[in-house]
Design a protein around this ligand. Structure first.
Ligand code: IMP
Ligand code: MG
Length: 183
């Protein structure tokens, strides 16, 4: 515990240590699968930033990075179902080995839209890695190759995930106190 924000967290669900050891494990799987291919990590801003930077450093191979900003959530905790590009990739991904890096899959709306959008740009391959997955995600037929943690169907913050743009800087993932939403 080292941030004033810690007081707003009701329960820690995934510790910083658990996150880092899972990333080491995911990176080893990706390293083994990719052979001599160099992945182009495509991160979804802003939530995936922490995960992507730790994952890139855990891989024992070069990778390159691109970011996209899309919106499917407002400042609240419910999916709006509306996906909109706020910032597109800076380069063409045709012929690249795209690895989409996501923070969390909830309804899967964001990801199924993104997968379709990026596939249309003709990458040589396309896979998905997500740190967290909620139960509803299994209803959506999006093939997610690498999953860090399956969590319960509740709103979480930390390690990139926000509530009203805050809590992204926490090194762990936790559940907010209800009083925080009420306030
Ligand atoms: P989906 O489209 O419902 O799968 O939602 C995906 C996006 O919603 C994620 O990339 C997050 O930005 C956001 N999101 C979903 N669940 C949570 C949560 O529990 N905390 C914070 N953000 C979330
Ligand atoms: Mg996100």
């Amino acid at each position: 515990m080292s941030s004033p924000l810690d007081a707003d967290i009701e329960q820690t669900l995934v510790t910083a240590e658990q996150i880092q050891s899972k990333i080491t494990q995911l990176a080893a799987e990706i390293d083994a699968d990719y052979g001599d291919r160099e992945p182009l990590l495509v991160g979804v801003l802003k939530g995936a930033v922490m995960f992507m930077s730790d994952l890139a450093r855990a891989l024992h191979r070069p990778s390159t990075m691109e970011f996209m900003a899309i919106s499917s959530y407002g400042s609240g905790t419910k999916s709006s179902g509306v996906v909109r590009i706020l910032k597109d990739l800076d380069r063409d991904v045709a012929g690249q080995h795209v690895l989409i890096v996501e923070d969390i899959i909830d309804s899967g709306l964001t990801l199924s839209w993104l997968l379709k959008n990026l596939t249309a740009r003709h990458p040589a391959s396309i896979e998905i890695v997500t740190l967290l997955r909620k139960p509803d995600a299994v209803k959506v037929h999006v093939p997610v190759k690498y999953v860090g943690f399956d969590i319960a169907n509740e709103f979480v913050v930390g390690y990139g995930l926000d509530y009203a743009e805050r809590y992204r800087d926490l090194p762990y993932i936790g559940r907010l106190r209800p009083a925080v939403y009420a306030g």
